[in-house]
Design a protein around this ligand. Structure first.
Ligand code: IMP
Length: 407
């Protein structure tokens, strides 16, 4: 693996980034996140134990790896505290190797309340974590940021105004209960120790690491089709999930990247509402959902399932400048006699499929590309041909070792 690697999901999230980051982190010095918040959910299987991470980069599971939450994230203090406590209880040490940007915009309890009531009428199907409203305040230049925790007395006035504004929205627009200012202030006060322990000027830190030639993984959350600009708007998340998000969300320019690893499942899933051209509603959908355990890691909602959409991926590969592809969950297709792949859309934007033969053979124990059944190899080769991008990694199961690295 080359030096600095950006890892991105190319679909609607849940591509299995967590597992790949975890596998590659072993040979890295740092894993850094640049957008999103605790709407993300990375499910990993380590030593037979399942772990779901929402905020903390999966690199934390490797004791020598440093982890960063960049300025582009929106941060829920209770969610971060909960995750740190749980990980510390299972023996993971954060001291001296976990850094949170002073510039992260905070998610307040009022943001969560607004997200939940608003989604009832807008029907985006958000994760209800306050992500959209927190980013709105950031862009409107009224956000409370992690660095503001340094002096809560100084913050009082600004916070009062903001909570008052949020409560007007809750009460007057949505007929919902207001949240007492004191509750919001208490949440900040109760978590001030997070600031003391982990706050950092992460832009300078990253610059020094890059200059020292440290090997860094940049970990995207969600997927490109949920990008605020390039995704299926308005059914998107509120951050830049594509490659550009790295520059804004961590302060690292594009020339410091050696590999842009784009991750796609061997098929497609989506949680929440919004268009999904290759969605299936038949027995094939049930099979993908069942074999692939397709339930959201954050909300537990069943994921919608369908065939791989190469037409959409062509655009996404370009937007992200993907240099290497990683195909995950190939083993989920093991039981299919035939596999369809969308190669174009017709005039009504319905998918045009190419049918490829299945392999009807278990792949989860295979570790070398050449040992895969011929039809599975052909499936991968077909994908790289259409996307004009090499497939470097194939994942055939949830465990770290169920990974095929192609020379
Ligand atoms: P939000 O990010 O909570 O505002 O939700 C906006 C949309 O993004 C919804 O369709 C969510 O289901 C989706 N979403 C957000 N985070 C994830 C994720 O980590 N995986 C999959 N979908 C996500």
């Amino acid at each position: 693996m080359s030096k600095n690697t950006l890892i991105l999901g190319l679909q609607w999230g849940d591509e299995g980034k967590g597992k790949i980051v975890d596998a590659l982190a072993e040979n890295s010095e740092a894993v850094c996140r640049f957008q999103g918040g605790h709407n993300a959910g990375h499910t990993l299987k380590v030593d037979g134990e399942q772990k779901v991470l929402h905020l903390v980069p999966s690199g934390i599971l490797h004791p020598s790896v440093h982890c960063v939450l960049g300025n582009g994230l929106v941060l829920s203090l209770p969610a971060l505290q909960k995750e740190i406590t749980e990980l510390e209880e299972s023996g993971i040490n954060f001291t001296g190797r976990f850094y949170v940007s002073d510039d992260c915009a905070l998610i307040l309890p009022t943001h969560i309340a607004i997200d939940k009531v608003r989604d009832k009428s807008e029907g985006i199907g958000t994760t209800g974590r306050g992500i959209g409203p927190a980013y709105e305040d950031k862009v409107a230049r009224r956000a409370i940021r992690f660095g503001d925790l340094q002096d809560l007395d100084k913050l009082q006035n600004r916070l009062e105004k903001l909570v008052d504004y949020h409560n007007k929205i809750l009460v007057h627009l949505y007929d919902a209960e207001p949240i007492p200012f004191q509750d919001v202030m208490d949440e900040l006060r109760n978590h001030q120790s997070l600031f003391q322990k982990f706050h950092s000027g992460t832009q300078d830190l990253l610059r020094s690491w890059v200059k020292e030639n440290k090997k860094i993984i940049f970990e995207g959350a969600q997927g490109s089709m949920l990008d605020i600009d390039h995704g299926t708007y308005p059914y998107v998340t509120s951050s830049s999930t594509t490659a550009g998000g790295l520059s804004t969300g961590l302060g690292v320019g594009p020339k410091y990247l050696d590999t842009i690893l784009g991750i796609t499942k061997a098929y497609t899933t989506r949680v929440g509402e919004g268009p999904f051209a290759t969605e299936l509603f038949d027995a094939n959908a049930d099979q993908l959902a069942k074999v692939g355990h397709e339930f959201g890691a954050t909300t537990g909602r069943p994921r919608r399932c369908g065939w791989l959409d190469l037409k959409a991926l062509e655009t996404i590969v370009f937007i992200n400048s993907v240099t290497t592809l990683c195909i995950t969950k190939l083993d989920v297709l093991d039981g299919f006699t035939e596999i369809q792949v969308c190669v174009d859309y017709d005039d009504e934007q319905n998918p045009i499929y190419k049918t490829l033969p299945g392999w009807k053979q278990e792949t989860s124990g295979i570790r070398h590309f050449n040992d895969l059944p011929q039809a599975a190899q052909d499936y991968i080769i077909f994908i790289e041909g259409v996307l004009d991008c090499p497939v470097g990694i194939v994942s055939v199961g949830p465990s770290r070792d169920q990974t095929i690295y192609r020379a």
